[in-house]
Design a protein around this ligand. Structure first.
Ligand code: PBG
Length: 312
């Protein structure tokens, strides 16, 4: 059938949309891509003032969902970690394809490891999760608010606005060092989730469709990966149970299958000086939802709420 994909215009978003387009074309569909500018994209433009009431949830998806609802596009390809945990009931996830590398990576021109960066090194990130976890290892780090798409952030690194970046490995791998105008060895470290726990859903894509659209649903179902979906659903259930969006320092990383499936999750105080971190394996009868809620409950029993909502 004829399928129109709605995508943000960033290099990464277009790579992801093109990737899904290729997979769908391989199944005989005709696919085109429509670029849609979102609030999140506008917020990265110089001089943008964040409007009152914008809390960060869904800023990369709103306009794309409007296009879906209006029938201007048939599906949207998102980075799953940018999607709010609760979707508007007018939409559903038609497929979650196989996940890429879910780890965070250290990008640095000069130093080889997080632990060998000089005292007071300036890290370019605005993510509270990354900041807090980095501070837990290196309380001396300074942080520079480097925003924008991956290419923009790398340009600011090259210009010397910071000494290192921490980025999702998946985004770097998808675009590749050549396209990013970066020597490949600048990717110095891919952090074990025990050291820097990634964001729920990191490295996974989500294909969003109109609820009940059977024809598009059937077309995209071919791209669905059951193992990935189980893991990211569980990670997102942790986030939802703790009431978080992308602006809270919660990490959740689930991997493996059957009795080898395991989730590592953490909640970190803003300045990294306290942390709750646990590892759990689901029971056979667990669903992603029940397992995610169990992990969230275990984090809460160990004081996660106090870290998320400090009273003093
Ligand atoms: N927050 C922006 C964003 N959304 C998805 C990715 C990377 C790809 C992915 O995690 O799937 C990134 C960049 C980053 O965090 O470095």
């Amino acid at each position: 059938m004829n399928l129109r994909i709605g995508s943000r215009g960033s290099a990464l978003a277009l790579w992801q949309a093109e990737h899904v387009a290729c997979l769908l074309r391989a199944h005989g569909h005709e696919v085109s891509i429509e670029i849609i500018k979102t609030t999140g994209d506008r917020m990265q433009e110089p001089g943008f003032v964040v409007p009152a009431g914008v809390d960060g949830k869904g800023i990369f998806t709103k306009e794309i969902e409007e296009a879906l609802a209006a029938g201007r596009v048939d599906l949207a390809v998102h980075s799953l970690k940018d999607l709010p945990t609760e979707l508007n009931p007018a939409f559903e996830l038609g497929a979650i394809p196989e996940r890429a590398d879910s780890r965070d990576a250290l990008i640095c021109p000069e130093w080889l490891l997080m632990h060998t960066l000089p005292i007071g090194a300036r890290i370019g990130t605005t993510s509270p999760r990354r900041r807090a976890q980095l501070l837990a290892h290196r309380p001396d780090f300074q942080f520079v608010p480097i925003r924008g798409n991956i290419d923009t952030r790398l340009r600011k690194l090259r210009e010397g606005q910071c000494d290192a970046l921490v980025l999702a490995a998946a985004g770097l791998d998808r675009l590749g060092p050549e396209k990013l105008n970066m020597p490949p060895d600048w990717v110095r470290q891919r952090f074990d989730p025990e050291d820097i726990c990634p964001s729920p859903g990191q490295g996974a894509l989500a294909i969003e469709i109109r609820s009940g659209d059977a024809a598009v649903g059937e077309a995209v179902r071919l791209l669905h990966c059951e193992t990935t979906a189980w893991c990211v659903d569980a990670e997102r259930a942790v986030l939802a149970a703790l009431g978080g969006g992308c602006s809270v320092p919660i990490g959740a990383h689930c991997a493996g299958e059957g009795k080898f499936r395991r989730m590592l999750a953490c909640v970190v105080a803003e300045d990294g000086d306290r942390m709750v971190q646990i590892s759990r394996t689901p029971e056979e009868e667990d669903t992603p939802q029940s397992f995610g809620e169990f992990v969230a409950g275990e984090l809460e029993r160990r004081g996660a709420n106090e870290l998320l909502h400090p009273t003093v």
